[in-house]
Design a binder for this molecule. Structure first.
Ligand SMILES: [Zn+2]
Length: 171
């Protein structure tokens, strides 16, 4: 019987002994918040990205702004700030696409954020070196240099598929 008394106490102590884990995602508009909530609720891929970022103590600010003078719907800014044991990254994304596409665009950029975090990138130079080696150039004659990775496109497509299935179930 004593086991039943001890277990809850241990649980309480471990909760009291740890600082609460902050969410790795900080969406900065109502539509972005809704898309993040949708992704977490209905997309396994979105949740995997969320958990991986949390495990790496990364925090991603998601801001409703265009990229590359409006030529791209979303991008990861090439800068990481470390503070208080966390790495802060920033994603810009226009927040007016439909929610399934918006959640998929966010997942695409979260994959890039994870790549940058896992590689320990900190500034424009380290981003340039890493993505030149591990990505490919998005298009010719670009206003700003742009790299893509195959894995980000895979994650984006998975989220679309998972959320479309969710849409189908609701109908
Ligand atoms: Zn990309």
């Amino acid at each position: 019987m004593s086991g039943f008394a001890v277990l809850p106490l241990v649980a309480v102590l471990s909760i009291a002994g740890e600082a609460p884990t902050p969410s790795p995602l900080r969406p900065q508009s109502i539509r972005l918040q809704y898309a993040v909530d949708l992704g977490l609720r209905a997309s396994e891929t979105f949740r995997i990205l969320f958990d991986a970022l949390a495990a790496h103590r990364a925090i991603v600010l998601i801001v409703a702004r265009p990229c590359d003078f409006g030529r791209r719907e979303a991008c990861l800014l090439h800068q990481v700030v470390t503070a208080g044991g966390y790495r802060f990254l920033r994603v810009n994304v226009r927040d007016d696409p439909p929610y399934v596409r918006l959640a998929a665009l966010i997942a695409h950029e979260l994959q890039h954020a994870l790549e940058a975090t896992q590689a320990g990138l900190t500034d424009a130079d380290s981003f340039e070196r890493f993505f030149a080696a591990h990505g490919y150039i998005c298009e010719e004659a670009h206003v700003q240099r742009c790299y893509e990775t195959a894995q980000s496109l895979v994650m984006q497509a998975r989220v679309v598929k998972e959320l479309s299935r969710e849409d189908a179930r609701r109908r």
